[in-house]
Design a binder for this molecule. Sequence first.
Ligand code: AMP
Length: 192
Amino acid sequence: MTPTFVVFFGPPGCGKGTQAKRVAAELGLVQVSTGELFRKHLSEKTPLGQQAQGYISKGALVPDEITIGMVRERLSQPDVQTGVIFDGFPRTAAQAKALDDLLHELGSKLDLVVDFALPTSVSRQRLLGRQEGRADDRPEVIEKRLNLHAQVEESVMPYYRQREGLIKSVDANRSIDAIYQDVRDLLKAALH
Ligand code: AMP
């Protein structure tokens, strides 16, 4: 079986992290969340964490060079051989291009982009109500992250829209279980 590579794309609070964890566990894939990797570096106070901290606390994007380097390192670990769900990556056109290059180096390619569609007003409500204690879930940072997402979408999605049938949309304004049924069906169809 060759590895399957999937991108989960959507605004903050759309539930892509929750869905990625669940479906990765069920189908034997690995979730790679750049946000979680950054938070791990922050809590361990690594040099990379210190470089990224200022950007994350402001709700800004960490520079491509740092982010892409971190993903490259993650993809060099052996557990990714079953396949990966990228969660929160790519967020720029340069990251999308770098991901293609990294997958090419692995002799593979991107199989699927799941686009989690959610109105901004619902994202905002969910983030304001979130109890995870994330430092960037403060109201003024939430607003910045929501604005930034619109730009992220304009940078990344045109790149993937050029590829016929790559993007599948999911209505994320539903219960976790209802979304999960769709997500699992899409992933199962993409496995090879
Ligand atoms: P997330 O958990 O995906 O919401 O990410 C939390 C924060 O980490 C973001 O607001 C960014 O500051 C940073 N971050 C996560 N992924 C990326 C990425 N692909 N590119 C740049 N910055 C990122």
